[in-house]
Design a protein around this ligand. Structure first.
Ligand code: PEP
Length: 253
């Protein structure tokens, strides 16, 4: 089923006391205001266990920013799907453009991460999105098609049908203050849904939740959410500010 989700990607920001304070404030706000959208927060791995405990039985889901492509073993500094699950985390972002850029992650490798998540009964938020030069060269649809199809090619339709979230995040819009126009984002979201339909069938396509990410803020969220194929948002910078983030959640009617 398509879900309405507003997800916070806190990246490598916030000390533990700051993260805990923001998480608890958000939880109180969500309880009182009961927004339509599901609310996710992705803190650093270090805080997952404690925040999962603090937010147990709450309306906020604590998710991971990344997961290893390997099941276990000698991979210093990495965190496996099974380890995430053992501290109560069931969803992980994979393929974020910062991982692709700074850690050279490629589509097949991102696909392996997704495989490990599903094997452990967990699920991915797969990030895709073109660079500015791809868009300027008119290659943005080709780039995104490759990212989606290669990362999902080994996954079963059953897993995808029940638990697939994609975040379309054009790289030129991330952290730049320059968001995609709502119709540009809608065009790409509809395209992504079509690729999924072509490769995995209409039921999977109808069930896939597609978030937009890239400079979403309190001022532009509502226009984004008005688009038919935009189910929610993955928010970076603005998710660190309580007022901005709660305004974005409220906009997801
Ligand atoms: C992100 O990095 O996932 C993101 C969407 O960042 P920002 O909102 O800051 O552009």
């Amino acid at each position: 089923m398509r879900r309405k989700i507003v997800a916070a990607n806190w990246k490598m920001n916030l000390t533990f006391p700051q993260a805990k304070e923001l998480a608890l404030r958000l939880n109180t706000w969500v309880k009182i205001h009961k927004p339509v959208a599901e609310v996710f927060i992705a803190p650093t791995h270090l805080y997952l266990e404690q925040l999962n405990k603090d937010l147990r039985n709450s309306s906020i889901t604590v998710i991971s920013q990344n997961v290893s492509a390997m099941p276990d073993g000698a991979y210093t500094g990495d965190v496996s799907a099974q380890q995430l699950l053992s501290v109560g985390t069931k969803i992980s972002i994979v393929g974020h453009s910062e991982r692709r850029a700074y850690h050279h992650e490629v589509n097949k490798y991102i696909g392996k991460k997704i495989t490990h998540l599903y094997e452990n009964g967990m699920s991915p938020i797969l990030c895709v999105g073109e660079k500015l030069e791809d868009r300027q060269a008119g290659k943005h649809f080709d780039v995104v098609k490759e990212q989606v199809s290669v990362a999902l090619e080994r996954q079963s339709n059953e897993n995808l049908r029940d638990n697939l979230i994609i975040a379309y995040e054009p790289v030129w819009a991330i952290g730049t203050g320059r968001n995609a126009a709502p119709d540009q984002a809608q065009e790409m979201h509809a395209f992504i849904r079509k690729i999924i339909g072509d490769h995995h069938g209409l039921q999977v396509a109808h069930n896939t939740t597609i978030l937009y990410g890239g400079s979403v803020n309190a001022g532009n969220a509502s226009d984004m959410f008005d688009q038919f194929d935009i189910d929610g948002a993955l928010v970076g910078g603005a998710s660190l500010n309580f007022d901005d983030f709660t305004t974005i959640i409220s906009a997801r009617k």
